[in-house]
Every structure is written in structure tokens, then in C-alpha cells.
Design a protein. Structure first.
Length: 318
């Protein structure tokens, strides 16, 4: 576990890892095809954006919905594409078990006409970069010879979960304070203008790089990474987190009931959005493990609008 500290360095409650990363996509079908049919992930929750109920919010993970494996997409068909820049989450890592699997995915993507970078080593991780249909940069990274604890996925070639998350910021000092003082991350390495932080050495989804970039800030749109969510234990832990953020001088949202979890949001000084989300009730609150993602799931307060919602969202061929 990793910890946040108060303003005078006292130990507070630990976070339990990464809950999910959320991105903005333009097409539910293209997103499904890419992450399920091409990369082999599993659609674990087919629901709607609670702020715009005519749009999907799709959640993908490994087959066992292991902690630290969830990647979600708010679908905005009419949103303009992002304008890349600084002060943004610019790359998402996905983990595979070894170098052979890394090579497998590179060949598979090339076969499907997806341009990939060369396999390179970055802070000890071997991996390569590519972009999804909306231009989100993904890095598949090998766990071979790394001190990670993986899910026991029996598939010969599988995405095991989230990996390192890469940020660009104009104000490194404020991000360093946020990561080390609020989130309890440790700064462990530096490569020129890029700084490596970790929450737990054996939890690669808690590894973050921060690159100093004084370019214009990204203008968010389809292809943007919307936020990074950290896991907290329960409602009490979330309330304690809110109190700690206030003590450290960060403005947070009210507590929001997302049905599958309760959440609080903080926009860090570089305008990057972080979420704190509870482990419970969880994605199995309204579906069994085998049923996950097989139908449109709605929170109880939206069930009265199901027919209207189903008439507006685009069907997904699964």
C-alpha cells in the first residue's frame, strides 16, 4: 500500500492502488473492437456516462477484473479531437507477462496495420508505443525480470493490467508536492527532464513518470485521458481522504455516488484530474462475473429511463 501524509508529515490512511484510468473515445464500436477483439481485454461494464446519459461509459479489464486492470472510456461521438499539449496524462501502460508476449502483440498490431514504435527500454521496462483509434498513446510493457505481482491469466498472450502512467506538466514542483506529500509516492529516478515516481514497487500501475514540458496545455477532446483514479477502501476511508486533501490545501469535489463506487475528485495545480474511488460496492453489484458487460447496466435511479436511453445509444456489436 502507499500512503498520503499531512502537512507536517504525519502518516495517514493508505491507498490500495489504482482503481481505473478513464479516457474519452469517439466511437463505442471502434473502442470495443480495438480493446476486446484486437488486444483481448474484456468488457466488464457496459453502462452510460452519469453526466450525459445518452452516451456510453465502457469499462474494460482482464478476465478476472483484477485490481489495477480497469481502463474505461466515456464515449463522446460529437467531441472534437484533442489538441495535444502539456499538463495532461499522455500515455497509458498495459502490462504483459514477458518479452515473448511483448513481441506477439507488436506483430499482431502490425498485422492489423497499427503503426508501432521499436521495442525500447525505459526506466528498466521493455516496451513499445502505439495509438488507439482516437490517438490515445498506449505502451505495452513486459514484466519479465521486474518485481511485479501479476494476475494469473491462463491465456498464452494476455494483457494483465495497467502499467506505468506518463504525465507532462509545466509546473514540476507542484506535481512533485502532490505526488509525494498528498499521495505518498516516492521519487526514485530521473532521466533528463523526466522523473519516475512509484507508489509500491511491486504494483506497476502505481508507477508514474512526470516530464517537464512548457508547451501549451492540452485541449481535451476525444483521444484525451480524462483522469486517473486511485482506490480507497470504503466510504470512511474516502471521507478521511477528503479531510486530508483539505488539510493540504487542495480543493475537492463533494462525495459522488457512482453506484459501482463512491468517488471524490481533485484537480491538481497542473489541471490534471485525479479521482479517489471506493473498492465497494464493485462491478459485481448488478451482474455476475460471467454476465459482466453482456447488457446495458444502469444504476437504479436510471432504470426508469432505460427505454429512452436504449433508443439513444448506438448498439455495440459484441
Amino acid at each position: 500500500m502507499f500512503f498520503y501524509t499531512d502537512a507536517i508529515g504525519g502518516l495517514m490512511k493508505p491507498f490500495n492502488g489504482v482503481h481505473h484510468v478513464t479516457c474519452i473515445a469517439s466511437s463505442p464500436q471502434k473502442t470495443y473492437d480495438f480493446y476486446v477483439r484486437l488486444l483481448g481485454m474484456r468488457l466488464i461494464k457496459n453502462t452510460v456516462d452519469q453526466h450525459e446519459i445518452s452516451s456510453y461509459h465502457l469499462f474494460f479489464a482482464d478476465k478476472d477484473i483484477s485490481s489495477g486492470s480497469c481502463l474505461s472510456f466515456i464515449v463522446r461521438p460529437d467531441a472534437p479531437s484533442k489538441k495535444p499539449g502539456s499538463n495532461a496524462i499522455v500515455r497509458i501502460g498495459l502490462r504483459v507477462k514477458d518479452d515473448d508476449t511483448l513481441t506477439y502483440f507488436k506483430k499482431r498490431l502490425t498485422k492489423h496495420h497499427i503503426e508501432t514504435s521499436d521495442i525500447t527500454k525505459s526506466f528498466g521496462h521493455r516496451g513499445f508505443d502505439f495509438h488507439d483509434p482516437d490517438g490515445i498513446c498506449i505502451r505495452i510493457m513486459s514484466e519479465q525480470n521486474m518485481p511485479f505481482t501479476s494476475s494469473n491469466d491462463s491465456a498464452p498472450h494476455a494483457i494483465l493490467g495497467l502499467g506505468r502512467i506518463d504525465l507532462k506538466v509545466s509546473d514540476h514542483h507542484s506535481m512533485h508536492r502532490w505526488l509525494t506529500k498528498a499521495l505518498g509516492y516516492s521519487h526514485i529516478n530521473t532521466d533528463e527532464k523526466t522523473f519516475l515516481y512509484q507508489g509500491r514497487p511491486e504494483k506497476p500501475e502505481t508507477w508514474i513518470t512526470v516530464t517537464i514540458d512548457h508547451d501549451m496545455s492540452e485541449i481535451m477532446g476525444s483521444g484525451s485521458v480524462h483522469h486517473l483514479a486511485l482506490r480507497v477502501r470504503d466510504h470512511d476511508h474516502l471521507q478521511e481522504t477528503m479531510d486530508a486533501m483539505t488539510c493540504l490545501g487542495y480543493v475537492h469535489s463533494p462525495l459522488i455516488d457512482r453506484f459501482y463506487y463512491h468517488a471524490v475528485y481533485v484537480r491538481q495545480n497542473n489541471r490534471i484530474l485525479f479521482e479517489f474511488a471506493t473498492e465497494s460496492p464493485g462491478y459485481l453489484v448488478d451482474e455476475s462475473l460471467d454476465e459482466l458487460g453482456s447488457k446495458l447496466s444502469l444504476p437504479p435511479y436510471l432504470e426508469a429511463f432505460r427505454k429512452k436511453i436504449e433508443a439513444k445509444v448506438m448498439p455495440i456489436d459484441t
